[in-house]
Design a binder for this molecule. Structure first.
Ligand code: SF4
Length: 229
């Protein structure tokens, strides 16, 4: 499993995939990466310290992800990240969190005290598909409410049951309202949620230009950041 990489295009940054406690939600129907979660504190601390030792600070920007939310990292790992931010002159930190922690986001921003881009798995702005089919439990009531906590929605494209209209609306909201975001093309995994190749083909014919939009990361495969497996 690769846990350290550099993202060399768009917003250049180093990225680390750390090990965290089990995702507090753990019930999204398409998710199997929670299998990387751990309950062994020693294992988490050891792996995380090793991965973080590779960070050089060369871009001044670091992204920290884990197979859960930033809030599921052990406190000692958060302290180590803070130390590295200081030692390596990192000015911007990308992290990810589920909506269930929205009321604690400001606390996390205050803890690190630098510019933070907080990503969150929205998957789609279609409330019914997001919460009934994908079981996300992401329940913001307006774009403004979402934006008051999070900077960067992660959207999923190409799941069976999604429609062209849903995706058109998702891309419209993303490009109109957000300066950061991630577009993930869905890849089949060990869950029953299936990829829709025809829908993805249509999407690539109509939205491939977003691959060049400097505001958004565009992942044709979940491992395109160079971490994971
Ligand atoms: S919140 Fe993220 S890590 Fe947790 S189950 Fe959903 S997709 Fe998986």
């Amino acid at each position: 499993m690769e846990r350290y990489s550099r993202i060399e295009n768009k917003c250049k940054r180093e990225i680390v995939l750390l090990k965290a406690r089990p995702c507090a939600w753990s019930k999204c129907t398409f998710c199997d990466y929670i299998e990387d979660n751990s309950t062994c504190i020693d294992e988490m601390l050891k792996i995380n310290a090793d991965v973080l030792s590779h960070v050089t600070g060369e871009y001044g920007v670091l992204e920290v992800i884990d197979s859960a939310s930033i809030f599921e990292l052990p406190q000692q790992t958060l302290e180590l990240i803070k130390q590295i931010i200081h030692d390596k002159n990192i000015h911007t930190l990308f992290v990810e969190s589920h909506w269930i922690y929205h009321s604690k986001i400001q606390q996390m921003r205050d803890y690190f005290g630098i510019n933070m881009i907080i990503k969150t798995g929205v998957e789609t702005f279609d409330d019914d598909f997001r919460n009934r089919v994908l079981n996300k439990n992401v329940t913001f009531s307006s774009i403004e409410e979402l934006k008051s906590y999070f900077d960067s929605p992660c959207l999923m494209v190409g799941i069976k049951g999604q429609t062209k209209e849903m995706i058109q609306k998702d891309m419209e909201i993303l490009t109109k309202h957000f300066q950061y975001g991630t577009i993930n093309i869905y890849r089949n995994n060990s869950t029953p949620i299936q990829r829709d190749d025809q829908l993805i083909q249509w999407f690539m014919q109509n939205y491939a230009y977003l691959q060049d939009d400097p505001r958004y990361d565009f992942l044709c495969d979940p491992t395109d950041f160079g971490v994971g497996d």
